[in-house]
Design a protein around this ligand. Sequence first.
Ligand code: ADP
Ligand code: MG
Length: 470
Amino acid sequence: MEDVLIKKIWDDVLNILKDNIVATTYETWILPLVPHSFEDNCFCVLSGQNLAIQIIQKHQKQINKALSQVCGKEVNFKVIYDENLHKQIEKEKQKARKEEQKEFIKNLETRITSSKYDGLKQMYSSCNLNLKYKFENFVVGANNKFAYAVAVAVAKDPGVQYNPLFIYGGSGLGKTHLLQAIGHDILFNKPKLKVKYVKAEEFINDLVNSLAKGMDKTGDKNKKMNEFRSKYRNVDVLLVDDIQLIEGKARTEEEMFNTFESLHNSGKQIVFTSDRSPDKFENTPDRLKTRFQMGLLADIQVPDIETRMAILTKLANDNNINMPSDVVEFLSSVYNKNIRELEGAFNTVSAYTSINEIPITVDTVKKIIGYSDRHKNTTVDGIIDIVAGYYNVSVEDIKSTNRAAKTAYARQIAIYLAKEMTNESFPFIGNCFNRKHTTIMYSHQKVKSDLLTDKNLAADLKFIADKINE
Ligand code: ADP
Ligand code: MG
């Protein structure tokens, strides 16, 4: 069949698929496919990405359906990996990356050196904004689609809709990334606006310092506090990261409430991020809680495997690392709850393999990240069971509020082993033990430091761990 015709068929198929497949998957894996031939009732496309073949298999049904819709009959479909196409794609990517970098630096330099862009200068020097945390670098999946869309909307029209925007979700899922992306976007596209990014922790420290300093040399009792207030109120956009840290700190909550009122009343945009939704702020006064809730709440969930693979693939591409598809899949399946940990593993693996000049394979990666196949089937409940047996206490007691010394000790050990021997997050383990994730973190840290001095404990732990691995 003629090339033009093949291309026309594929264009029509793409048009159908575009609306039926998640945008990230469509753009990353389907759109780059090149129609190749249509012979013996088999429509064949080429892919320059090894990984595409596996991913596309999952969407085989939708593709077949679209093809038969366009061709008016059942048609077979095949993807073939093409080395030349791969090289071509890589070359284009590299070229685009270089262009992008050049453009970016040019842009940044002109803006930073021009006094009109004071806000930008100030933000980059005082806010520790990470240049990587931009919208362009954020991979959109089903888990964060909504939060991403509203963050973009807020950056486009700050203070108009969705005020405040409250983004919440577990650790390492991209909240800070999105928050800073809003900041970058506004600074670049609306450089006249004053943007302030602040971690809640900094806000707390700043307040404490301002209160402590109190009177200055001139005898003005409120000078420091006035300075504090104007710093956070003379802005057009206030981005507050990890707002949950102010929970229960009454003075900070009051000051945050006043800051909020002042900004909100004058139509200024506020964006919060938090590790939990406002209704889980148990010790926060209602009046502040209702302020958190009065705009828009957007949560970020744990990304599915496809999104994790897309993030890892992007990371590898951006760093010019050739990571085989089975390694991408393996790492994405092990680090399944936290993108920060996935990135951490990627950094360790790429640094280790490049320093030691060894190829990146699933086997070497397993060694580098200390992964043991035996841990794969280890569950938190399985660990609690064995620890309870070893210390002769009941599983119910470990999971309850029972504070008897023996039970509390066994509980700590079980928590430590749960963190060390599974890939579960602190909040997940917290749920298994009916405890807050901060309690879990504390117990884990306690056993970890006890281990440094207590040889008997080390021996006990080894014995229990062996039992768990049996
Ligand atoms: P949080 O603030 O929710 O704890 P971060 O925003 O610090 O998480 O994200 C942790 C790391 O994971 C960052 O390096 C961030 O760039 C990366 N990350 C998280 N989600 C994504 C995503 N959807 N696309 C690309 N990178 C992401
Ligand atoms: Mg964060």
